[in-house]
Design a protein around this ligand. Structure first.
Ligand code: PHE
Ligand code: ZN
Length: 877
């Protein structure tokens, strides 16, 4: 227990289970107001001598009966409390029958068995199975599941569970029917799933490399049948990719995906029966943006890849979450890179890391990729576990090479198929398969914080040698002092370039060398370097570190134009734009007249006027870093000045390069049919980026406003429509209102499209934004019980509208606190996720610090606050 009286879990306390469950037969009888669950398990004691009690987890359950080998237990033979059922002296091997009643229609936390509209569905990861029946709810207990479902034929014509359908029939009780599913693969209960309801299905087939036919089924509401093509194509691509890249085939005869509207996360990899947030399944050109298309492809692949990395080999305990999540994100990133543009994909990966993970890593919730402790595991599905975890796996691949990495993966599956294992087991497989020493590398798993690198260099003309000195330091993080941290093993991908843009290395066509930084300070020497080189450092972002800028703006401008590593061109462009904006912010702070960094403007002009190789890359280079990312580079953030500084630079660019932007806008219009190829998506991104500059001019220009309105009314694709609406949202007035009304009328029947309508209004930089948001809370299409709506309105305002959320009157903060308090009694997981923008109060200037802290205190005082919100609030106070 901690001071607040909450139970705290520690990684070091892991103990192997006392009992194992070989198989479990579940029987669900679904009714309108309750569901009866009968669970019959074969239980075996692992330890012969020790006659310890059997502890089963259970929450929100109505216990009806417990039997052992057919005999009803009397109440003196077990202990029941709010979170567990303990059988006091069970035999060594026995059959356990437990009957419970549950109430899915009242379950708004969306964990366990719940209803999304009329559809019954489950969510068991991480600890949701205990809301279905009493069970040892831990991932290292693997059992074979057989599931019988019985329900009304009319209401639930479709009834699904994991594995293969082995029986169907009707029940004597009027109008009811049943199905039986059996999953032959032993699995932890967090991978259990059940779905029942009125669903329609799109069918396809995939022939595996060994020639087996797999039925592919996507279940959606009937009205959405025409929006599943892209998801199906993505699934087949993912199946093929995993065979080609890792030799991994699918293992059941059917692969099912179900889309539901109410879901806490993106999707869930339940064995053979993935359940998805409909946002990551449904697409059509009229309703989904390019970003949505890419998101669907990525999430479909992610869940599919879990079948091997997560399901066949699972986690021993929840501290090992990154074992499956870091590895699976790494796999889906590589898949998306191959399906689209590798450089664009890499930039997006890095943006997530920099804009979100670095922030988490520097705040009160910072934790290692493999946490040492938690209060509520749901709070640890984080960008650190997922995305930094993926970077750690990527570094392993960089150290071992692609072939070595593949050998490591092969050994990992060979050793651990069917087991529940740890991050150490993963690293051991990688090390053993290639004979690499990864001991020091493991620090990445246990030390939190983003290492900071400082770089210096000098070139000696006499000896034609070049010396590069790099130091690493890791800041303090909760419970870990920086000075006690051990140095990380950091792969540094380095290029040295001549002044006319040639790479100096050329071994086997490889222009990049991998340096191993292992000491706190290390010098690398290069010989035969006849002229002073320009350093292209950390190519492709070879490690999740924060490199202090060590180059002059001239060098950055040079790299932005000529670096042979395309990722680093973007990196240099971003560094230059960030420093240019922050310069202006400092000048605003001091009240001195604004002077611009001309090198930056030269660089931008050069990129705009160069021959365009990849339109998406140009767009990414032109898009200025978001305020949340810039804020990380300031010690005491004033959100108003930051917004002003960024706006000044954006307008200055728009003013100077008006003609160029207009040219880009016109020249990147769609020629011919709408397509979702990387090239077409890149053009749309570039065109819309240009329009965004033109719309930022102050005073606004009628001709550009008209361009934007025309785009809104003529476009037949959601990317262009929503961009136009977003750009107009910053300009209040009757035109804006008319477009929003128009859009509402057109799309009110489509919940996912309406999420965009809510989000855009919540992100308007206009100062009456908060009052609009408050007003929208009572729109008939808004619901606090639907996580997508909460994210669209409240989430978008608090984490996507930096300047308005941080308004100095503190109303943004108190609004968010009100919402968190309200949501806490409905859906604690979603409530806890909303706290994040308040947790980093220390980064802000004094007045805001006080206001933010006050709201955290107010939340903390709520009687009966959920463990989810309580953990985050208390750790950030
Ligand atoms: N395991 C899911 C994924 O990564 C995420 C998830 C976690 C979904 C917890 C629901 C609940 O794909
Ligand atoms: Zn996952």
């Amino acid at each position: 227990m901690n001071q607040a009286g909450k139970t705290v879990f520690f990684r070091k306390d892991y103990k192997a289970p006392e009992y194992s469950i070989e198989k479990i037969d579940l029987n669900f009888q679904l009714y309108d107001t309750k569901t009866k669950v009968t669970a019959i398990s074969c239980v075996r004691r692992n330890n012969k001598e020790n006659r310890s009690p059997l502890i089963l987890n259970g929450e929100n359950l109505q216990l009806i009966s417990v039997k052992i080998d057919g005999n009803v237990l009397s109440s003196s033979e077990y202990i029941l409390d709010n979170t567990s059922l303990t059988v006091l002296t069970p035999p060594a091997v026995f059959e356990l029958e437990i009957v419970t009643e549950i109430y899915p229609q009242e379950n708004k936390a969306l964990e366990g068995l719940y209803q999304s509209g009329p559809i019954f569905c489950t969510q068991c990861e991480a600890e949701g199975f205990r809301k279905i029946t009493y069970y040892p709810d831990r991932p290292d207990i693997l059992a074979v599941f057989t599931t019988r479902i019985e329900a009304d034929v009319e209401k639930c014509p479709v009834m699904l569970s994991n594995g293969n359908l082995i029986e169907t029939g009707s029940v004597e009780e009027g109008g009811r029917h049943f199905v039986v599913w059996k999953d032959p693969f032993p699995k932890p209960c967090y991978l259990f799933a059940l779905v029942a309801g009125r669903l329609s299905c799109v069918n396809d087939e995939f022939i595996t490399s060994s020639g087996r036919a797999v039925d592919l089924k996507i279940y959606v509401e009937e009205k959405n049948l025409n929006k599943c093509d892209h998801a199906m194509v993505s699934l087949k691509k993912a199946m093929e990719w995993d065979e080609k890249t890792y030799g991994l085939e699918y293992d059941l005869d059917t692969y099912m995906i179900v889309a539901v509207d109410d879901f806490n996360m993106g999707a869930m990899e339940n064995k053979g029966l993935n359940i998805f947030n409909s946002k990551y399944v449904l697409t059509s050109p009229e309703t989904a943006t390019d970003e949505d298309y890419i998101g669907v492809e990525g999430v479909i692949a992610h869940e599919y890849f879990h079948n091997w990395t997560g399901n066949r080999v699972t986690c021993r305990d929840w501290f090992q979450l990154s074992l499956k999540e870091g590895l699976t994100v790494f796999r889906d990133q590589n898949f998306s890179a191959e399906m689209n543009s590798p450089t664009v994909q890499r930039i997006k990966d890095v943006q997530i890391l920099r804009n979100f993970q670095f922030r988490e890593d520097s705040g009160p919730m910072a934790h290692p990729v493999r946490p040492e402790t938690y209060e509520e595991i749901n709070n640890f599905y984080t960008v650190t576990v997922y995305n930094k975890g993926a970077e750690v796996v990527r570094m392993v691949q960089t150290l071992l090479g692609r072939e070595g990495f593949r050998k490591g993966m092969d050994l990992y599956f060979h050793r651990h198929d069917g087991q529940a294992v740890t991050c150490d087991d993963f690293i051991a497989a990688m090390a053993d398969a290639t004979g690499t020493d990864l001991e020091q590398f493991k620090n990445w798993y246990c030390q939190a914080g983003t290492p900071v690198l400082e770089v210096s260099s000098h070139w000696e003309a006499d000896s034609s040698s070049f010396h590069l000195t790099v130091t690493q330091n890791c800041p303090d993080t909760p419970g870990q002092k920086g000075k006690n941290k051990k140095p990380f093993h950091i792969p540094l991908a380095l290029g040295l370039m001549t002044e006319n843009g040639k790479d100096l290395f050329g071994k086997n066509g490889c222009k990049t060398e991998i340096l191993h930084l292992k000491e706190q300070k290390q010098t690398f020497t290069f010989t035969n370097i006849a002229e002073k080189p320009v350093v292209s450092f950390l190519r492709d972002f070879s490690a999740p570190v924060d490199v202090k800028t060590f180059q002059q703006d001239e060098e950055l401008a040079f790299l932005m134009k000529y670096d042979s590593n395309l990722y680093n061109r973007w990196e240099s462009a971003t560094r230059l734009s960030a420093s240019t904006i922050l310069d202006v912010v400092r000048q605003l702070e001091k009240g001195t007249p604004i002077q611009f960094n001309e090198l930056f403007f030269d660089g931008v002009l050069h990129s705009i006027t160069e021959k365009i190789e990849d339109p998406a890359l140009l767009a990414l280079a032109l898009e200025l870093p978001p305020e949340t990312a810039l804020a990380l580079q300031l010690d005491s953030v004033d959100p108003d000045l930051l917004f002003q500084g960024r706006t000044i630079i954006k307008r200055e660019l728009a003013t100077r390069f008006q003609n160029e932007f207009l040219f880009l806008y016109i020249n990147n219009q769609e020629a011919g049919k709408y397509r979702i190829s990387p090239e077409a998506m890149g053009r749309r991104r570039l065109k819309n980026c240009a329009l965004s500059y033109l719309m930022s001019l102050n005073p606004p220009q009628d001709k550009f406003l008209q361009l934007c309105i025309d785009q809104f009314s003529k476009s037949a694709n959601m990317t262009d429509t929503i961009t136009a609406l977003r750009l107009i949202s910053h300009h209040p007035g009757t035109t804006r209102d008319a477009l929003f009304t128009d859009f509402y009328r057109k799309w009110e029947h489509d919940s996912l499209v309406m999420d965009k309508w809510f989000a855009i209004q919540a992100m308007s930089s206009h100062e009456n934004c908060l009052s609009t948001v408050k007003h929208l809370l009572s729109d008939r299409l808004f619901s606090m019980e639907n996580p997508n709506k909460v994210r669209a309105l409240i989430g978008a305002f608090s984490s996507g509208n930096h300047v308005q959320f941080h308004a100095i009157n503190g109303e943004g903060y108190s609004f968010l606190a009100d919402m968190i308090l309200q949501l806490d009694s409905i859906n604690p997981q979603i409530a806890a996720r909303l706290v994040s923008p308040l947790t980093n109060w220390k980064r802000y200037e004094k007045r805001r610090q006080i206001l933010m802290k006050k709201e955290l205190e107010r939340i903390a005082k709520k009687p009966g606050l959920s463990p989810d919100v309580s953990e985050i609030v208390n750790k950030s106070r």
